[in-house]
Design a protein around this ligand. Structure first.
Ligand code: DGL
Length: 273
């Protein structure tokens, strides 16, 4: 019997773990599910500890380590770090029970794609204080392509506003005015926060559609698909199992807000790590 083949086949049927500080990662999950309907997903939202965007590196590393161990116990074959703030620390955690290729975070695939393309030179990056303060986007983009002109700005009000449903133009535009000072000549904005997918259109409209907002969930879904195929980890048959959803704290507000990100109701279970 070919032992390697048996191990790989058994992994193929296992779920893919996706996590975020809260609910923003559900927008990534929605895109992953559309791209890979045959896969089963296990989602974890660390709602007891959000926001991640204001946490120290030490604290974030300990939260992320606990979540990854939880997803390992769920038998996940791959992990998608669907949170930019968490993505800034994942590679700094020494011992994780997964190989490098089994962990996809939301920063590296974006950086690799944008640094390689020639269309956009003037790039704006927005995200939480943690993501922007880490300097990861500026550093990695410039390392691969030193010719890029990059401006990054922390936009910490936007994630809570999206969660609370404040997504109308008349509420957002005065805040954009302050945050987007200096962005007038940008050709592309990288929304480096999983909550922002809800307001891509509003950002483009603020700039009268003179720039593009990068649709990051699609890029992460492409990357996941590619890694699953390359590693022979893709589920060849449509899974019979339903996706599972866990939160570290459940409130009525979270349940209401989750519909905004996922476009449907799901049955969340509470789990303390
Ligand atoms: N999901 C987080 C991120 O992508 C934003 C929300 C938070 O600060 O927890 O960085």
């Amino acid at each position: 019997m070919d032992l390697n083949k048996t191990i790989i086949n058994s992994l193929s049927n296992q779920p893919i773990g996706v996590f975020d500080s809260g609910l923003g990662g559900l927008s990534i999950l929605k895109t992953l599910k559309n791209k890979l309907p045959q896969e089963q997903f296990v989602y974890f939202g660390d709602t007891a500890h959000l926001p991640y965007g204001d946490k120290s590196e030490v604290t974030l590393k300990s939260y992320v380590t606990s979540i990854i161990r939880f997803l390992e116990k769920q038998n996940c074959k791959m992990i998608v770090v669907a949170c930019n703030s968490a993505a800034t620390v994942i590679k700094k955690i020494k011992y994780l029970p997964f190989r490098d290729y089994q962990i996809i975070e939301v920063i590296t695939p974006i950086v690799e794609l944008i640094a390689a393309q020639k269309k956009y030179q003037k790039i704006g990056v927005i995200g939480t204080r943690k993501t922007i303060g880490s300097g990861m986007f500026d550093r990695e983009l410039s390392r691969i392509n030193p010719n890029l002109d990059i401006i990054s700005k922390a936009t910490p009000l936007l994630a809570p506003m999206v969660e609370d449903g404040f997504v109308e133009k008349n509420v957002l535009f005065p805040i954009f005015k302050k945050y987007f000072e200096g962005f007038e000549d940008r050709e592309l904005i990288i929304p480096a926060c999983t909550h922002y997918s809800i307001i891509y259109n509003q950002i483009e409209q603020y700039f009268n559609n003179s720039l593009k907002v990068l649709h990051t969930p699609k890029i992460i879904a492409e990357k996941l698909d590619q890694v699953l195929l390359n590693q022979n980890l893709n589920n060849p048959d449509k899974t019979e199992k339903s996706d599972l959803f866990y939160l570290s704290d459940i409130t009525k507000d979270f349940l209401r807000e989750s519909v905004l990100f996922l476009d449907r109701d799901v049955d969340f279970k509470q789990v303390s790590l």
